[in-house]
Design a protein around this ligand. Sequence first.
Ligand SMILES: C[S@@+](CC[C@H](N)C(=O)[O-])C[C@H]1O[C@@H](n2cnc3c(N)ncnc32)[C@H](O)[C@@H]1O
Length: 349
Amino acid sequence: MQNDRQGNGNGAADPSRIFEIGFGFFASKVLLTAVTLELFTILSDRATTGAELGRAMGLHPRGVADFLDALVALGFLEREGDGEHGLYRNTELAARFLDKASPDYIGGILEMCDARLFGFWDDLGEALRTGRPQNEIKHGGRSIFEELYADPRRLEQFVEAMAGVSRGNFRALAGTFDFSAHDTLCDLGGASGLLAVTVARHHPHMRCITFDLPAVEPIARRTIERAGLDGRVTVHSGDFFTDPLPPADIYTASLILHDWNLAKKKALIGRVHAALPEGGAFIAIENLIDDGRRHNAFGLLMSLNMLVETGDGFDFSGADFRSWCLEAGFRHCEVRPLTGPSSAAIAYK
Ligand SMILES: C[S@@+](CC[C@H](N)C(=O)[O-])C[C@H]1O[C@@H](n2cnc3c(N)ncnc32)[C@H](O)[C@@H]1O
């Protein structure tokens, strides 16, 4: 029999998981700083010495080798050779997702994590003690969107961040959901317009509307124009809690329901149900928490992020979504996995 102090075979005596998570902010901040400094974009498809890279990013020589080699050890850079002659290049992962020139760039959300969330999460303890948000709205009376959108740079940053985090899910939805029986989709809180554009691109018979607050409209127009989809994708500005929803036989809402408290979640679900024709569908894309609330750590952490960002918003499980939608009058619901920790929760009228 094994001595308990040495380990009982279930790994409980090895504290490395505790260190990995406890020191996780070291690794997190190295990656976020690299994205903010545009390291992966500067490298692009070149191989460059550390000294050259340090100069290109405007860094003091003191920390450059440790910074770059930490990124090698973490799997975001490769290094050929050692010492001052070593040449750094992007790994395949970094080249695809962290170089701004790549169509799959997702760094926007990491730029926002670095500029906003990293600091706000320092006050998680206060959020837990008070139940209050810890971001820009902590000391003012404005809502999070009023606050974010009052500064055009922050508005662009937020919308770009959302596109980064959601791009893979939009492609997965466009590639897997059967749109053949439908012809109009309205994306509620569509931000950059990326979901509407992605579905329209994959399904030439679909007409798509991206619906969001007026401040976001110029950015959505830009996305649609760049995609060459003017005409088939349109922008509709308004407030989804108070304005009539444009007619559609599918409503989508990506990372929308989790922004709001239960009463507002139910109000929005009720409005969508009322606007849908029979046979229509409501698709909510979220980091759905597993029904037993044990496994989807990212969904649970995202829910804490909603505490930090909004105060009363929270993430939820497929079972929660189902109960709210059945209460609103939907016939049945299903959950389909999208990318990573995200899923589509679908309610049919
Ligand atoms: C968390 S973002 C999600 C963006 C996008 N759906 C995605 O997944 O990338 C929430 C969006 O809801 C929009 N929004 C917030 N309140 C709104 C309202 N009352 N009416 C319409 N849109 C709203 C915001 O402007 C923002 O674009």
